[in-house]
Design a protein around this ligand. Structure first.
Ligand code: FAD
Length: 542
């Protein structure tokens, strides 16, 4: 926990708990501290139009930053928090506007002596919090901003590691030790909300209130909120053998009727579920079943992955870009919007890839290995498109979209950082088949292929015309031809990765923008020549 500032000349006897993430009552140290000795408690959430206002120009329904699935998940989470607060004599005060302006306006009007909010490592909140803290401290308001979104305090881990974040999982685990226990506080009642002055308070808005049409709603089957998070967690923990034997990456990425993992990520993202409470529940299961899997593959190990990426992200300037990011390999990715759009819009012609991208659009969630498949395909596997472009699509559409984890995993999958075996590529035709030989997952998410025989479901362009006609799916008309030949595209990608790695080695990792430009030119020339000689060979053969 971190007491950012404490002042003896605090103003009022009211406390404000400012919810951002951490949309929960259980294990919430900011809430717990806010309630101590206060006469009035103001639970606040500010709707930032920047994140919530409809953007008609975006490629999917939603705001300029977030897809509608995630916006509705957030609203459901706020609605649930409001209901739970009302049960204990309080309510959620919702305001709209620029968060720092709104907050400062409320602090001026209400008799607040203590401002409490969860510490957040994301760059957006880091910048916002400086403004708010600055105002509060000058006004003599005590600020309490504890770390409770992650198991550990990333600052502590970085300090223990001599000022740099550990960049391997094992070194992270060695430094981390055991996380603090979750708070056990239960509330039978909360201090009442005090006078509200002229602040424009509303109830939790609906999607429609925000300006969206009902029919824009997508289909995510996962409902937001702390109640649902705790219900899901309890359900998962009931199957103790499953928890004890959990072993990634053994799960089935194509399982959609009963997915192979917990699907607690969106609840962790918004803090509807405390990661420390989740950790404790897993430990309780392990106590009763001492023979269990271990990190990095165990369920507990997954939570450590989460903290690993948070720490790496917090301690690495420009973690979300290739440029000026000291842990990111400089790779001359291609700028090809057509290929990017084909991938984004599930039109690559590879059913395994397209089905995953449809699941992303509809559910806002896919299994970890499904994410591996599409991220590898977009970047170093086939299309050689920049990982930042894929990251942006995930950032928008995932309901669990998380700045640290998403960027970290995109760098991992594109072999830009953390993982460097660029010769190991996920095949877009054979990888999924191992788990789902009948192609049920593809048939579900790509109904246009539902009648394609099993023999062709992963490579429908190889089906004879008569079979395509019988399956009511003509390739090139009803479903696209593949955007690349996997064999040649993946070979080409490996060659380019090899050249980029060699350059990085030769320059001791100090690859400048000019070096990268030169390499891009050289590779483009090679590609052009390759295409020419292939064409002339074809002409000769022809
Ligand atoms: P479970 O397997 O049940 O794991 C439990 C929890 O552990 C998860 O909820 C998550 O919080 C954490 N966890 C699991 N795997 C990872 C991992 N590799 N890295 C960090 N934490 C992990 N996860 C996100 O939460 N948000 C993202 O934006 C995100 N983007 C990703 C992008 C790519 C390209 C890839 C390959 C993975 C990404 N992941 C992301 C990680 C992972 O795929 C999801 O956390 C996981 O699939 C969520 O499902 P679950 O809750 O059922 O996971």
């Amino acid at each position: 926990m971190r007491l950012t500032s404490s002042s003896s000349m605090t103003l009022g006897s009211g406390s404000m708990i400012w919810f951002r993430k951490g949309i929960r009552i259980h294990d919430n140290p900011a809430l717990e501290y806010a309630t101590r000795g206060c006469s009035n408690l103001y639970p606040l959430f500010v709707i930032d139009p920047h994140y919530m206002k409809p953007d008609p120009n975006a490629f999917s329904p939603g705001s300029s930053r977030a897809g509608l699935n995630r916006i509705s998940f957030l609203l459901e989470s706020l609605g649930d928090l409001d209901v739970n607060l009302k049960k204990i004599g309080s309510r959620l005060l919702v305001l709209k506007g620029d968060p720092s302006e709104v907050l400062i306006r409320c602090l001026k009007q209400w008799n607040i002596g203590k401002l409490c909010f969860e510490y957040d490592t994301d760059p957006y909140y880091q910048a916002l919090d400086i403004k708010v803290k600055d105002y509060a401290l000058k006004a003599g308001i005590e600020v309490f901003s504890p770390v409770s979104h992650t198991l550990f305090n990333p600052t502590d881990i970085i300090q223990k590691n001599g000022g740099k974040p550990p960049l391997s999982y094992q070194s992270f685990v060695n430094l981390a030790g055991e996380p603090p226990s979750p708070l056990a506080t239960k509330y039978s009642s909360l201090p009442p909300v005090g006078p509200l002055g002229s602040c424009d308070i509303s109830e939790v808005p609906t999607i429609k209130d925000l300006g969206y049409e009902d029919d824009q709603l997508e289909f995510s089957p996962f409902k937001g909120g702390e109640s649902e998070a705790l219900r899901r967690l309890e359900e998962c923990m009931k199957d103790k053998t499953w928890v004890a034997n959990f072993e990634k990456p053994k799960g089935n990425p194509s399982a959609f009727l009963k997915p192979a993992t917990t699907i607690l990520s969106p609840y962790l993202k918004f803090g509807c579920l405390s990661s420390r409470y989740f950790y404790q529940c897993i430990q309780d299961v392990y106590k009763s079943l001492p023979k269990h899997t271990s990190p990095p593959v165990s369920l507990l190990g997954q939570l450590l992955w989460r903290d690993f990426f948070y720490t790496a992200a917090f301690g690495t300037p420009n973690f979300d870009s290739m440029k000026d990011n000291r842990i990111c390999k400089q790779i001359p990715w291609k700028d090809d919007d057509k290929l990017l759009e084909a991938w984004r819009d599930a039109k690559t012609g590879f059913p395994w890839i397209d089905a995953i991208m449809v699941q992303l659009r509809q559910w806002g969630w896919m299994h970890h290995l499904a994410r591996h498949s599409v991220a590898c395909f977009l970047t170093r596997g086939d299309l050689f498109v920049h990982w930042e472009k894929g990251r942006d699509v995930f950032e928008r559409l995932l309901i669990d979209s998380d700045w640290a984890i998403n960027n970290g995993n995109w760098m991992w999958l594109s072999c830009s950082s953390f993982f460097y075996q660029y010769n190991r590529i996920y095949s877009p035709t054979t990888f999924g088949k191992k788990y789902d030989p009948d192609g049920d997952y593809i048939r579900h998410f790509l109904p246009v292929l539902k009648d394609m025989p099993k023999a062709y479901i992963y490579e429908p362009w190889t089906a004879p015309p008569s079979i395509q006609t019988k399956a009511n799916c003509i390739i090139g008309k009803d479903y696209p031809m593949p955007v690349v030949s996997h064999d040649s595209a993946s070979k080409e990608c490996k060659r380019k990765m090899g050249e980029a790695y060699a350059l990085s080695k030769a320059l001791n990792g100090l690859v400048s923008e000019d070096d990268l430009k030169n390499l891009r030119r050289k590779l483009d020339k090679g590609e052009e020549q390759g295409t020419k000689s292939k064409r002339s060979r074809q002409l000769l053969i022809g």
